[in-house]
Design a binder for this molecule. Structure first.
Ligand SMILES: Cc1cc2nc3c(=O)[nH]c(=O)nc-3n(C[C@H](O)[C@H](O)[C@H](O)COP(=O)(O)OP(=O)(O)OC[C@H]3O[C@@H](n4cnc5c(N)ncnc54)[C@H](O)[C@@H]3O)c2cc1C
Length: 377
């Protein structure tokens, strides 16, 4: 694996840097972090600008290196990240690109890349989180449609989404993993009810999703009927493997800012704090190298990230929590002056070891699939 950049890639970087310098001053002000319709409009507007400039598909670029350069440069310039387009751009879209038919790709990918349509993820249920294969939302075939009834929970961005990547049980008699299908659910279909869940931080970023005899065309099924578990593994490998990559760059920038703040407020004289920040810097550097490796490996094996995504997700979610703890130590009460967005980020870092599969589940995956240990009960 060659981790250096070619002349062509450096040219891509220079052009992007120039474009960002010209484009960013024209962006509207960021909306309040709790205003989800405002955030949707802002994030889609940014995606549209990227699309019009030829960068819209960059997260799916055939060249992993260009993707990494894009992330480095956009973060360095303080550009927005994917925001409300997280699911569509980073895992539903890539899943459809990998598993969808020609017609499905033509229908759904363009609107995601243009920032016209937003997706959410309807996987978890009240009794099926870590044990996702236990999901019970039922889809019964009726002519050219499935009639779907059930409940999903923790559906991020459901309130502002047009589509949902939805897991349903199409064969209740089959062994659990073999009776599931992956559907694209239109969120405006009759029978869909979204009930926002407000977190302790005051944000309603996720919701409960109630489905009452919702008709979903059979043509919205991605993959074969009852083969949805395999398609789900593709979605999860994008979600764990590459979806958080952009945030690592942001964390590294925050770490640099913390070191500067510590020098200014005198905390830098404390050797324990210096060791702590140094350890974090080494950890994030190692994570960046792991990303480069995972992305290059995915490229070599047809574009779908492998089990290295679980190693990344496990370490990243803990490193992010440690970073925000260290920030609180360096900044003390001054952290409260950094505004609502920073404080929401700090609070939401606590959820990273749960979202997209808990740390315990990632450890199980690493134990079984990398270390070859026997399966747990
Ligand atoms: C911020 C956030 C956003 C989310 N967004 C979405 C979304 O958009 N769409 C969606 O579908 N879901 C979403 N989720 C849900 C998330 O995927 C689940 O919360 C997660 O999979 C855990 O499931 P659970 O909450 O049911 O916990 P449980 O599965 O009930 O787990 C409870 C505890 O038991 C442990 N545990 C369970 N099984 C095992 C085992 N076999 N071995 C060891 N320990 C085990 C877990 O690690 C955990 O500590 C989101 C969650 C968060 C926090």
């Amino acid at each position: 694996m060659d981790l250096s950049y070619t002349g062509e890639e450096e040219e891509f970087r220079a052009r992007l840097r120039e474009w960002l310098a010209a484009e960013l001053p024209g962006l509207p002000p960021r909306p309040d972090p709790l205003d989800w319709p405002g955030r949707r409009a802002y994030d889609c507007g940014w995606q549209r600008r990227l699309h019009d400039a030829g960068y819209g598909h960059v997260h799916w670029d055939a060249s992993p290196t260009r993707r990494l350069i894009f992330l480095e440069e956009t973060e360095r310039a303080g550009a927005p990240y994917v925001g409300a387009n997280f699911v569509g751009l980073l895992h539903a879209g890539p899943t459809i690109a990998a598993e969808g038919t020609e017609e499905q790709r033509a229908r759904w990918l363009g609107p995601v890349l243009r920032g016209d349509e937003v997706w959410c993820q309807g996987f978890s249920e009240p009794d099926a989180g870590s044990d996702l294969a236990g999901l019970r939302t039922r889809a019964v075939r009726d002519g050219d449609a499935y009639v779907v009834t059930g409940q999903k929970i923790w559906t991020s961005h459901a309130e502002v989404a047009d589509w949902c990547e939805l897991l349903v049980r199409t064969d209740p008699e089959a062994p659990r993993h073999r009776g599931i299908s992956w559907l694209a659910l239109p969120m405006d279909a009759p029978g869909v009810t979204v009930r926002p869940l407000r977190t302790l931080a005051g944000s309603a970023e996720f919701a409960e999703l109630f489905l009452d005899e919702v008709r979903v065309p059979v043509g919205n099924r991605v993959g074969e009927e009852n083969d949805g578990w395999r398609v789900t593994m593709v979605t999860l490998s994008f979600e764990r493997g590459t979806a958080f990559v952009g945030e690592v760059v942001a964390c590294r920038r925050l770490l640099g800012e913390l070191a500067r703040a510590a020098r200014e407020n005198g905390r830098w004289d404390d050797p324990a704090l210096r060791r702590r920040l140094g350890g974090l810097a080494a950890g994030f550097q190692a994570l960046w190298r792991l990303i480069q490796r995972n992305v290059s490996e995915a490229q070599a094996t047809g574009g779908v990230p492998g089990v290295g995504g679980s190693v990344f997700k496990l370490h990243y979610s803990h490193a992010r929590q440690e970073l925000y703890d260290a920030a609180a130590e360096v900044l003390g009460p001054d952290a409260l002056d950094l505004g609502r967005e920073w404080n929401l980020d700090r609070l939401s870092s606590l959820s990273y070891t749960i979202a997209a599969g808990t740390s315990q589940i990632q450890r199980n995956i690493v134990a079984e699939r990398i270390l070859g240990l026997p399966k747990g009960r």
